[in-house]
Design a protein around this ligand. Structure first.
Ligand code: BDP
Length: 647
């Protein structure tokens, strides 16, 4: 459906009104970009690190470690940032550490940042898991709860107190999860001294990945002028061959400001422009944003330059921020998912931010390798299971046309106490942080509010009704889902979602070893869900563990053969149902990943079609063959990609 321009404006204004009104969060979270008015200083590299091993884990606060150099407080070690700290050392106590760890980095701030008080200096942390407190030169500047989203603080005044420009950033990060965090967890103290040593405790978690911790994404300082572009929201549409980009710009630090908005194509030619804080840019002969393998030129991005001029009598401010914009629409019917009014079939993967040594730390070689593997596989999409991924990854998705289901960190909500008011309020804030950060990514086509919550529990109805409604209020332009496991008869959140996403593991967790049940059980499952709700379905997880290099025929569980046949049996049902209401299939998982230790995990979860080192198992070739076939059937393959064998 293409909205006429006036409705488009209204829709954008409505969004603006919402953003202005009942929000729990204030301000924007634009990705820091350099421009003629903005500088960025990245602080990746070696930081100083100390885990607080005191029994209470409070020694660092009692002794105010942030007031001095960390090495003056006791023994410190080198720690790379970004990275999880867990797998960096040879010390099992660091790998399994629970509690506060302390990071520190010293730097010299450029003189003009200190001298020029028309410059605003902001400290930004891409993400740190889970609770963080940050001090600059011993002064507390910000705190944040939640492990997968950015936070920042203006630090201009603090750094100006020291005219030498020396700046010490101290960050305390605590990975303790409670029943009210997302994801939830629970600390259990074992007090039986005949069985456990003094002070023994464990953190129980209800999700299946290692609770990696530390500073996971880049920390940086960036500048803006005192009057600056604080946030931009774009909503795109098209009518015939005219693209429509509704935008809203919010400004801070100036009562009145002049805004000039210019949209440029890839060659840098201006294709539309406007003045003022909101408006609609009309793009003739629009180049729409198309997913990978559906168009010869996928992932087309325009650049939207926002130029602000303001004056306060004494100074004139100029701020420039350039946002990549893909023009596309998303709509859902009872049987289809439409991108630019064309049916889109998700053939993709679920991933984790996970790798050897780095854990969940952002790592460019890994990111680029993973995108090359996605393309090799013929995957057009992934779900950010089970938390928001780094912005840098979403930017890659925008540019390569990889479609994203963007998931919140609400995984493992299994305890009834995690459905209370405190959990709900936090969940609403997390959805706001997520939408605020990712709303302008063309690749993001759907929000997933949770994975496999215990949604049969009575409080789940109110809880998910509230979270889903809030998410739709925040962003009326994208569908919302949550990921269900197989409990369709009891599932309380599903009535509110736009797309039904189902995880199931037939012949694995159910009827292990019985490959013959898949066809009948999957068929029954789909008929039940679609029959009841008349909504399109995505198979959001399916798969089987395979220990690489283990072969048995006839297949048995944990062999590469068994994993292959599980997939092939699922595919038979997918092929029947995708003619009806199945709109996607996402394998669990793209790559093997680390979990907590347990009797069902052999050094982590082995359901990857690639190993943790990104080498293919036999199943990867099954999927590759299938995904390219699906792309050939459903897409309009670019010429150079038509022959996957030659890749
Ligand atoms: C699913 C969960 C996923 C697990 C997977 C498994 O959503 O996080 O890793 O099971 O057990 O139900 O492999």
């Amino acid at each position: 459906m293409c909205l006429p321009v006036t409705r488009q404006v209204l829709r954008a204004l409505w969004l603006f009104a919402l953003l202005d009104a009942g929000l729990l969060l204030d301000g924007g979270m634009l990705y820091p970009r350099e421009s003629s008015s903005r500088e960025v200083k990245e602080l990746s590299g070696l930081w100083v690190f100390r885990a607080d091993r005191s029994p209470s884990r409070k020694q660092g606060f009692d002794e105010a470690w942030y007031k001095q150099r960390l090495e003056e407080t006791g023994p410190v070690i080198d720690m790379p940032v970004p990275a999880s700290y867990n797998d960096i050392t040879q010390d099992p106590a660091i790998r399994d550490f629970i509690g506060w760890v302390w990071y520190e980095r010293e730097l010299v701030v450029p003189t003009h940042w200190i001298r020029d008080d028309t410059i605003r200096v902001v400290l930004r942390v891409g993400s740190a898991h889970y609770n963080s407190i940050v001090w600059v030169n011993g002064v507390s500047v910000t705190q944040h709860e939640g492990g997968h989203l950015p936070f920042e603080a203006e630090v201009s005044d603090v750094i100006r107190k020291d005219p030498t420009g020396s700046c010490r950033i101290t960050t305390a990060v605590n990975n303790t999860l409670t029943l009210e965090t997302l994801p939830p967890g629970n600390i259990q103290y074992m007090n039986d001294r005949t069985r456990y040593p003094d002070g023994f405790f464990v953190q129980s978690i209800y999700f299946d990945f290692f609770n990696y911790a530390g500073i996971h994404r880049p920390v940086l300082l960036y500048t803006t002028p005192k009057a600056y572009v604080d946030d931009i929201t774009v909503v795109t549409n098209f009518s015939d061959n005219t693209g429509l980009v509704s935008y809203i710009v919010s400004v801070k630090g100036a009562v009145t400001a002049a805004l000039k908005v210019t949209l440029m194509d890839k060659q840098g030619h201006c294709v539309a422009s406007s003045n003022g804080p909101f408006g609609v840019l009309k793009v003739q002969d629009v180049k729409l944003w198309w997913p990978y393998l559906t168009h010869e030129n996928p992932g087309y991005l325009y650049s939207m330059e926002v130029r602000l001029s303001a004056a306060d009598g004494r100074t004139t401010y100029e701020d420039v921020y350039t946002l990549p914009v893909g023009i596309r629409t998303v709509n859902v019917t009872s049987t289809q998912f439409l991108i630019n009014n064309k049916p889109f079939y998700f053939h993709g993967v679920n991933k984790h931010e996970d790798s050897d040594i780095r854990g969940k730390g952002l790592d460019w070689p890994l990111i680029v390798k993973d995108f090359n593997l996605l393309k090799w596989l013929g995957a057009n999409s992934f779900r950010t299971s089970h938390y928001p991924y780094a912005e840098e990854i979403l930017q890659m998705c925008d540019r390569h046309g990889i479609v994203v289901i963007d998931e919140s960190p609400a995984v493992g909500i299994k305890d009834i106490r995690s459905f209370g008011n405190a959990s709900l309020s936090h969940h609403l804030i997390v959805m706001e942080e997520l939408v605020r950060r990712d709303k302008n990514h063309a690749s993001v086509v759907m929000w997933s509010v949770a994975n496999e919550p215990a949604s049969e529990m009575p409080p789940a109805d109110y809880y998910f009704k509230t979270v889903i409604k809030h998410t739709k209020d925040l962003d009326p332009t994208r569908p919302v889902t949550f990921i269900s496991s197989s409990n369709f008869a009891r599932d309380k959140g599903v009535p509110y979602v736009d797309v039904i996403c189902i995880n199931n593991y037939f012949s694995w967790y159910h009827d292990p070893g019985h490959l013959e049940v898949i066809l009948i059980q999957l068929n029954t499952e789909y008929e039940n869900w679609h029959g009841k709700y008349k909504k399109p379905i995505i198979q959001s997880e399916y798969g089987a563990d395979a220990v690489p290099g283990v072969h048995v025929d006839p297949p048995v569980m944990f062999t590469e053969e068994y994993q292959k046949i599980v997939l092939q049996n699922y595919h038979k049902v997918f092929d029947q149902k995708r003619a009806q209401y199945l709109i996607g299939e996402l394998i669990w998982n793209f790559a093997d990943f680390m979990t907590t230790q347990g009797v069902t995990r052999v050094v982590g979860n082995k359901k990857g079609i690639f190993t943790r080192q990104r080498q293919p198992k036999a199943a990867a070739f099954v999927l590759k063959e299938r995904y390219w076939r699906l792309a050939n059937e459903t897409g309009r393959l670019p010429l150079w990609t038509k022959y996957p064998c030659s890749l």
